[in-house]
Design a protein around this ligand. Structure first.
Ligand code: MG
Length: 312
C-alpha cells in the first residue's frame, strides 16, 4: 500500500549541522575563517537554523576549539537561529555567554557510548540535562535534547526501543522546545524510525506541556539515511538535521560516516512538495569548495550530477 501523502508535513525546518557534526571529525584542521565562510554561504542559500559549533573540551574535539571565535564571527542576522552543542554545565555556560540562540544537549541511550563520548551514565546525563535546560531557559535560549545512539550503539549493538522511550519521557520532564533522536552510527532502518518516533510522539503527548517538536538526526553510513528521513516525516517529525556535502562522523564512534547531505535531502523534499526555504542548488554548489577545504571528496550526490530538471 502506498503511504498517504497527506501524512507528510507541508513545511519543515532543516538544521544545518555541517559546521559542527560535519567538521568535528575531520583530520585536517579547518580554520575559523573557512567555518565562517561555510556558515555565511549556507545562510545565503536560505538556511535559517545552524548548529555552528560545540562547546566541548578542546582536548577532546580539537576541531571545535574555536567555538567562541566562530560565534563571535557570525553575521548577526536575527532570522537565523544559531545553536551550539553542549555536553555539560560548563559547555552550557560557554554557549550562553557566546550568544547561542539555542542549546542542544546530548543524552546517550547506551551506557558504553555515554562513558566514551562524555564520561557519564545515562542517569547522570539526564540530571545534567535538567540543569542545562534550566540555565538555557533562564537565559532566554531555546532548548533541544538529543537522544544519541537511539538506533544502535557501536559498542553494545541494538538499543532496546523501550529504553529509548523511557529516556525520552524523562528528558521531556525538563520541557525542551525539541526532542531529537539521533542515529549516530547510521544503523537505523525506516520501520525502526516509525516505531521510535511513534513512541517519542506518544511521550510528548503524555508530557506536561505536550509541546516539544520532534526532530531527527540521521547518518548515512549504510545508505538508509534518506529513507529514514522520509519515514521520520511520515511519523510526525518536522525538524531534520543534515550537513552540507554529507560530511561528518563522530570522534567516539569508530567508522561512522557523514550526516545525510543537505542538498540530497532537499532534492527529495522538493520532489515531495515539502517546503523548507533553502536553495538546493546553492548548497550543492558549495561541494567543490568544501572538498578543497577538507582535502577529500564529499559524499553528497547532487553536486556530482546534472541539474534536474534541465535548464531551458
Ligand atoms: Mg551526528
Amino acid at each position: 500500500m502506498l503511504p498517504d501523502p497527506r501524512m507528510l508535513p507541508e513545511t519543515i525546518e532543516i538544521v544545518e549541522v555541517g559546521p559542527r557534526d560535519g567538521l568535528q571529525n575531520e583530520a585536517r584542521p579547518v580554520s575559523t575563517a573557512d567555518k565562517l565562510q561555510l556558515i555565511e554561504a549556507l545562510i545565503h542559500a536560505g538556511v535559517r537554523r545552524i548548529e555552528a559549533t560545540s562547546f566541548v573540551h578542546p582536548a577532546r574535539v580539537p576541531q571545535m576549539a574555536d567555538a567562541e571565535a566562530v560565534m563571535a564571527g557570525l553575521p548577526r542576522d536575527r532570522s537565523v537561529v544559531v545553536s551550539g552543542l553542549v555536553l555539560n554545565r560548563r559547555g552550557a555556560e560557554r554557549a550562553i555567554a557566546a550568544g547561542c540562540d539555542e542549546l542542544t544537549y546530548a543524552v546517550v541511550a547506551s551506557e558504553t557510548f555515554g562513558q566514551r563520548n562524555q564520561g557519564q551514565t545515562t542517569e547522570q546525563g539526564l540530571a545534567v540535562w535538567t540543569e542545562v535546560a534550566a540555565l538555557a531557559r533562564a537565559a532566554g535560549r531555546r532548548t533541544a535534547v538529543v537522544i544519541v545512539t537511539a538506533f544502535g550503539c557501536p559498542f553494545e549493538g541494538p538499543v532496546d526501543p523501550a529504553r529509548v522511550e523511557g529516556i525520552a519521557a524523562r528528558a521531556l520532564e525538563a520541557d525542551p522546545d525539541e526532542i531529537a533522536l539521533a542515529d549516530t552510527i547510521g544503523v537505523g532502518t525506516p520501520g525502526q524510525v516509525m516505531d521510535l518516533f511513534g513512541r517519542t510522539r506518544a511521550a510528548v503527548s503524555a508530557s506536561k506541556t505536550g509541546r516539544a517538536r520532534l526532530r531527527a538526526h540521521f547518518h548515512n553510513t549504510r545508505n538508509t539515511g534518506y529513507a529514514n528521513a522520509y519515514a521520520a516525516l511520515m511519523a510526525g517529525v518536522t525538524v531534520l538535521d543534515s550537513s552540507a556535502g554529507g560530511v561528518g562522523g563522530c570522534p567516539f564512534a569508530p567508522r561512522a560516516t557523514g550526516n545525510i547531505a543537505t542538498e540530497d535531502l532537499l532534492f527529495m523534499l522538493d520532489g515531495l512538495g515539502v517546503r523548507h526555504g533553502i536553495d538546493r542548488g546553492a548548497v550543492a554548489a558549495l561541494d567543490p569548495w568544501l572538498a578543497g577545504v577538507l582535502g577529500h571528496a564529499v559524499p553528497g550526490q547532487l553536486g556530482k550530477t546534472d541539474v534536474w530538471p534541465p535548464r531551458a
